[in-house]
Design a protein around this ligand. Structure first.
Ligand code: NAD
Length: 430
């Protein structure tokens, strides 16, 4: 594990909230956002903190703290992931919930933004304990989540199995007649438990598609391009998988345990097979050498994909970055100071609210299928996903060119203008 001092951890958490607010302010200033609507969007609607007891395998009881922050639901039910990580707290949940509002708005979905999770290190608990923690957390959230109210999904250290436990717990609290109408209380479920084909790869595939759209726009061939990936979980793996299929080469990977490098390329499938047999860690993979974590972002490559945590690209490592394209698989990986440095140096950033929006679009498809009693095939899901992502990408690149601004600011402007229109048309109750 990469150990951070308490000061570093605090900086990461505070940084995420101040970053999202600064990104919002920047875009709101440019469009002259209506001052009253600005007041509404600057705050979160609801914030829930729950403390709940869970019996551990050794018979002792441990108390856990869980969060769910609901930022805004003017466009539809709240939507956003649940994260299990030591850095989860109210500020992190606020920041991530806000990003979800901009992301769903940009993607043209009928959703608002939320985020949450539990402050814990999941590597310290058995699967049985994680199941009890998840079920008890779901019970504590009660009817603050719901298929037409707030729909969680997987995030860091949560997965389809976690979603299946949430679904089962939530459904079990409903009357028999209502149970099957609650299938869409979470997305990212396993296929057998009401999940959708393609949801597993939706985020990483979306990251890849955004890179591809950008490369096509710039007449760049992705074949033989070198990329590095931070985070080899759901997002990092699938983004790497599709890039490798396109002929690009993964030269370095970093995860929570360390970094590895092979200038000749690391096989994405081989590394996945290795991590599955090695408790999720990339360390010790035979066809690569160990690299110092501090050298990772400065490696010689064309494309850099941060797909782990927030605030990892900072003013310290931004000047060293050699990639000309940063594709943000993670939420909030680049802080505002780093972005200024990178943009001045001519580096393009495909912003998180666009680049990783394939995940929430895939979740929307799962939600629709559950709601309508439909089951779509994989090719149908991927085709619809590509169409939606292309629409968003085109809007962002065109706004960026028209207004002569970076892609993040363009993406924020599109997202905020949609919300502004909704408030202007509906007015404020009463
Ligand atoms: P995951 O739990 O599947 O994988 C996380 C990966 O990050 C793991 O390989 C882990 O080892 C690595 N990691 C953790 N701490 C690290 C550290 N300090 N340094 C380097 N690597 C570290 O999570 P995921 O679902 O792939 O999510 C990754 C990022 O993508 C998060 O920021 C998440 O919010 C964002 N995201 C996920 C989805 C989704 O559908 N899962 C959608 C949109 C955005």
């Amino acid at each position: 594990m990469i150990v951070k001092t308490p000061e570093q951890k605090k900086a990461v958490k505070q940084g995420m909230l101040s970053n999202v607010m600064r990104q919002f302010d920047n875009a709101a200033d440019i469009i002259g956002l209506n001052a009253n609507i600005r007041k509404i969007l600057e705050v979160t609607n609801n914030e829930l903190v729950v403390h709940f007891p869970v019996r551990m395998d050794n018979g002792e009881v441990e108390i856990f703290t869980g969060y769910r922050v609901q930022h805004n639901n003017s466009l539809g039910p709240y939507k956003g992931g649940l994260r299990y990580h030591p850095t989860v707290d109210i500020d992190a949940a606020r920041a991530l919930a806000m990003w979800m509002t901009w992301k769903t708005s940009l993607a043209g979905l009928p959703y608002g933004g939320a985020k949450g999770g539990i402050q814990l290190d999941p590597t310290k608990y058995s699967d049985e304990e994680l199941q009890r923690i998840t079920r008890r957390f779901t019970y504590a959230l009660g009817d603050n989540i719901g298929p037409e109210l707030d729909i969680p999904a997987p995030d860091v250290n949560t997965n389809p199995q976690t979603m299946a436990w949430i679904l089962d717990t939530y459904m079990s609290t409903k009357s028999p007649a209502e149970r099957s109408t609650n299938m869409h209380v979470v997305t990212g479920k396993p296929i057998g438990a009401g999940g959708s084909q393609g949801r597993d790869r939706a985020t990483g595939y979306g990251v890849f598609l955004n890179i591809k759209f950008w490369a096509e726009n710039k007449n760049i061939d992705l074949k033989d391009k070198r990329f590095i990936v931070q985070g080899f979980g759901n997002v990092g793996f699938w983004a790497a998988y599709f890039l490798e299929k396109e002929g690009a080469s993964m030269v370095a990977v970093q995860d929570a345990y360390g970094s590895i490098i092979n200038e000749e390329g690391i096989s994405v499938d081989d590394l996945l097979a290795y991590t599955k047999a090695n408790k999720g860690s990339i360390m010790g993979f035979s066809n690569a050498e160990t690299l110092d974590n501090a050298d990772f972002f400065g490696l010689d490559c064309d494309i850099c994909i941060p797909a782990a945590l927030g605030n990892v690209i900072t003013s310290t490592n931004a000047p060293k970055i050699k990639a000309y394209l940063i594709a943000e698989g993670a939420n909030g990986p680049t802080d505002v100071e780093a972005e200024e440095i990178l943009l001045k140096r001519g580096v393009t950033i495909l912003p998180d609210i666009l680049c990783n929006s394939g995940g929430v679009i895939g979740s929307y498809f799962e939600w629709l299928q559950n709601r309508n009693g439909e089951i779509w095939q994989l090719d149908e899901v991927l085709e619809k996903l590509e169409k939606k992502l292309k629409e968003s990408f085109t809007k962002v690149i065109e706004t960026s060119a028209k207004r002569e601004i970076d892609m993040r600011t363009a993406a924020f402007i599109i997202a905020i203008e949609r919300l502004e229109e909704t408030y202007v048309q509906r007015g404020i109750f009463p």
